[in-house]
Design a protein around this ligand. Structure first.
Ligand SMILES: Cc1cc2nc3c(=O)[nH]c(=O)nc-3n(C[C@H](O)[C@H](O)[C@H](O)COP(=O)(O)OP(=O)(O)OC[C@H]3O[C@@H](n4cnc5c(N)ncnc54)[C@H](O)[C@@H]3O)c2cc1C
Length: 321
């Protein structure tokens, strides 16, 4: 085993997941301590832009390009990642804790006989050379720390915004590896990828989220949140109650059964703060609650609380921006 840190440079339609460049930050720390290199693996078909975007940040880039890898499938990507692990023989493998990361990381861990920690917010290499990972547990109510065995590959999926985006740096020499699917990989095929949410910023990509609850009462009323979001360059999120009522598509749902978000600013407009909602957003850097009920759980976790009617507050904020 080398001391290298391999990063899965996740992309879709040749667009690099921005969390990949955040993974470079802990990767450099680990490589700095162990004397290894930071190596990125880009998997897909037509991945030139991603390769270029990541090459300026790492020591080496491995590309596995094949028509069968155009769309993500768990089996093909697991096999490609296993190939990359066999080629580089790294001590650490980091990847974004995205939908793709959540899906593929346990499969790669099994395929490589590796340890896995998901949704990690901090990695520490101890004096005993053992890697430990801090990660939220119990829907984000507490943090747990897990320690990897030092003699086998350690895989960690990194939560978005847990680390700062790395500054450019590194030689980024590129080499390619031919894809060799395993028996049975073709059993799972992706025939179509349908984009939801149009051109509107996705909640997982936004630094600021303006989010609304059942109290918005209709899809039309959500327009006041979109007006504020436009001024702030923010995405619009929603509670499950608002999505179930049809006010917003489920692609905007934040929470346990929706998306996990960690923006710099989360403005919760008329959202009670049920534990299932908090599970998806309590990692936000700054939380603002706009709620008529000062006892609402959201007001307890918020950094700033505006106890007033959102239909007065939100337009006033938009006007002021
Ligand atoms: C298994 C499971 C999974 C779940 N997953 C999720 C999930 O992923 N995401 C999620 O959000 N929920 C989830 N839920 C549902 C969750 O329990 C709550 O029911 C839901 O979050 C409540 O949504 P809400 O806050 O919009 O509505 P409500 O609970 O009805 O709260 C409305 C809030 O708005 C305030 N309010 C009312 N009018 C105004 C006004 N004019 N101005 C300002 N404030 C006002 C009220 O004081 C109240 O606090 C899940 C539930 C279960 C059982």
């Amino acid at each position: 085993m080398t001391n290298d840190v391999l990063i899965f440079a996740e992309q879709r339609s040749d667009q690099l997941n921005p969390v990949v460049l955040q993974c470079v930050t802990p990767a450099r720390e680990l490589a700095g301590k162990t004397g290894g290199q930071v190596v990125a693996v880009v998997i897909g078909s037509g991945i030139e832009a991603t390769t270029q975007a990541v090459a300026g940040h790492v020591d080496r880039v491995l590309t596995i390009s094949d028509a069968r890898l155009e769309h993500y499938t768990a089996t093909h990507y697991r096999t490609a990642l296993r190939q990359a692990v066999e080629k580089i023989d790294p001590r650490f493998l980091l990847m974004p804790a995205s939908f793709m990361g959540r899906d593929v990381s346990p499969r790669v861990a099994v395929a490589c006989g590796a340890g896995l920690a998901t949704d990690v917010v901090e990695l520490t290499l101890g004096d005993d050379n053992a890697l430990s990972a801090r990660r939220p547990i119990y829907n984000g109510k507490a943090f747990g720390r897990v320690t990897f065995a030092a003699d086998r590959l350690a895989i960690a999926s990194i939560r978005g915004n847990a680390y700062a985006t790395a500054e450019p740096g590194g030689a980024g020499a590129t080499e390619s590896l031919a894809f060799a699917p395993a028996d049975g990989d073709d059993a799972l095929r992706c025939s179509e990828v349908a984009k939801t949410g149009g051109e509107v910023l996705d909640v997982t990509e936004a630094d600021i989220i303006v989010s609304g609850g059942r109290s918005l009462k209709s899809e039309e009323n959500f327009q006041i949140l979109y007006a504020l979001a436009e001024k702030l360059g923010a995405a619009v999120g929603a509670s499950r109650a608002a999505c179930d009522a049809g006010y917003q598509p489920h692609s905007r749902q934040v929470g346990l059964t929706g998306k996990t978000v960690t923006p710099k600013l989360y403005i919760a407009c008329g959202i009670s703060g049920a534990i299932q909602h908090l599970a998806g957003m309590r990692g936000s850097k700054v939380i603002v609650a706009i709620n008529t009920d000062p006892e609402a759980p959201m007001c307890k976790v918020a950094d700033y609380v505006i106890n007033d009617d959102l239909f007065n507050v939100v337009p006033a904020l938009t006007e002021a921006c």
